[in-house]
Design a protein around this ligand. Structure first.
Ligand SMILES: NC(=O)c1ccc[n+]([C@@H]2O[C@H](COP(=O)([O-])OP(=O)(O)OC[C@H]3O[C@@H](n4cnc5c(N)ncnc54)[C@H](O)[C@@H]3O)[C@@H](O)[C@H]2O)c1
Length: 435
């Protein structure tokens, strides 16, 4: 099929590249000329495992091109809209100007039979409005909403082999499903579950999924708060309740909590939309979920203060991890970066590192001190804070690492180290939710 992808960020680039891998002809459009130049040269503008190789392969086929010129979408029959939907400045609501702008720019180029497919995460009701705008233009094009569930760090795998497909279609649309089935022919062939529904349900599926995941993380972090007050161990508690298949162990890792470009803004946008719809009471618990999540960051700073003897002023703190999760360089609303900045504000001399996210963090906060390796960060440190659970940090040898630091004190913000091994090597080990 001939496909266009409007918006080449974390979602759009992966989608465009994977659609080429699946055999389609794809053009990726973005308003950012730097991004497009990088992509055309085969360099993804962000870190995502397996993407560089797949992008090179896709470009070599000649079936993937990138442009800043929206008119090159002519000739494509399916147009994915994958632009950003950030939180509005000064409000919890979703800023829809990029989605509205992308659809407006597509309108003059749509032809009869074209399908515009929304991938961005939007407040419920958005698709209905956009569908009306497309209809009023009278090109004969239609809209479908096909929310995306990929996880950064696993984006390529999740796009090629999604765990489910959701198609939101307009009432009476009898062609959208067949077109999307052709796009996702490989996933359909292996029996990937598919839910065909209306616009509102498709939009809600995405935010409901993220609300559930955020709630699960904040639930275990609330248990961590209680554990801290009682001498209980939240990691053992999670193991024990996780054995119940109705609960499950995944997403029950207590620690510094969630962040990134999706969960925080999606739950806030969901609450804002619920308020507009007069059903805000249904989602008041998400405000609590958000607050529990933010309290973990404060607690981490308090623990850091405690472990260095009461004041952070002038203390040398090694920060391991800046990305919001491992295998990503994304620092949007990153708990790790947030804690690092709070430490700086408290007067600490922070030396931060991350295997991939130093460049993205530096772009936002050029004044912090960044180094390349954990050893450089830890040199003569008064305390080490592990804030993103990269594999290379999990694998640190407490004996060798103990030779580098000034004081053997570590805060494990992700509950990913073996406390016994670190304590046996002479370290003061502290973590969230554990004695
Ligand atoms: N990142 C993820 O893991 C993920 C997962 C699922 C869903 N989503 C959703 O996907 C959407 C995109 O997220 P992202 O993380 O890729 O955002 P992003 O900010 O990385 O990328 C958005 C891109 O859209 C471009 N853009 C803005 N307006 C444009 C226009 N009119 N025409 C062409 N390009 C335009 C921007 O320049 C940018 O490159 C959001 O709604 C997000 O919630 C993201």
């Amino acid at each position: 099929m001939k496909i266009s992808v409007i918006g080449c960020g974390y979602l759009g680039v992966v989608h465009a590249t994977c659609m080429t891998e699946l055999g389609h002809d794809v053009v990726g459009i973005d308003v950012d000329p730097e991004k497009i130049a990088l992509l055309a040269a085969g360099t993804p503008p962000f870190y995502e495992p397996h993407l560089p190789q797949m992008l090179s392969r896709a470009l070599a086929t000649g079936r993937l091109t990138f442009s800043t010129d929206i008119s090159v979408v002519v000739g494509s029959n399916v147009h994915f809209v994958a632009v950003g939907t950030p939180q509005m400045v000064g409000s919890d609501a979703v800023d829809l100007r990029f989605v509205n702008g992308a659809v407006a720019s597509l309108l003059p180029h749509l032809r009869a039979g074209d399908l515009v497919v929304g991938k961005s995460t939007v407040p419920v009701g958005t698709a209905q409005g956009l569908s009306r705008i497309i209809q009023q233009k009278g090109s004969g094009a239609t809209l479908a909403w096909n929310p995306e569930f990929l996880r950064e760090g696993f984006a390529v795998k999740d796009t090629l082999a999604p765990d489910r497909l959701v198609y939101g279609l307009a009432e009476g649309d009898d062609t959208g499903e067949a077109i999307l089935d052709e796009v996702y022919a490989r996933a359909i062939a292996i029996g990937t579950p598919k839910v065909v529904t209306n616009f509102a349900t498709a939009e809600l599926v995405k935010v409901a999924a993220n609300a559930f995941l955020a709630t699960k993380i904040s639930f275990i972090n609330a248990m961590a708060e209680v554990a801290e007050a009682t001498g209980a161990d939240v990691t053992q508690l999670a193991d024990a309740i996780g054995h119940d298949v109705r609960i499950g162990r995944r997403f029950l890792n207590a620690g510094l909590g969630f962040g990134g470009g999706c969960l925080p803004k999606d739950i806030r946008g969901f609450m804002a939309r619920a308020k507009e719809l007069g059903v805000d009471q249904a989602l008041t618990f998400l405000g609590e979920v958000d607050q529990i999540n933010n309290r973990r960051r404060e607690r981490m700073v308090d623990l850091a203060r405690e472990i260095v003897g009461g004041s952070l002023e002038g203390k040398r703190i090694a920060v391991l991890g800046l990305a919001f999760k491992p295998d990503s360089d994304d620092v949007r609303d990153s708990p790790a970066l947030d804690v690092a900045l709070r430490l700086v504000e408290s007067g600490a001399a922070v030396i931060a590192t991350d295997p991939q996210a130093v460049a993205t963090a530096r772009r936002r906060y050029p004044d912090m001190t960044y180094v390349t390796t954990p050893d450089e960060a830890a040199k003569d440190a008064d305390a080490v804070l592990l804030l993103t659970e990269w594999q290379e940090y999990r694998a640190l040898d407490p004996l060798a690492f103990g030779e580098i630091v000034g004081t053997k004190a570590i805060l494990d913000g992700r509950n990913c180290l073996d406390p016994g091994a670190w304590r046996a090597a002479g370290w003061t080990y502290r973590a969230l939710g554990r004695p």
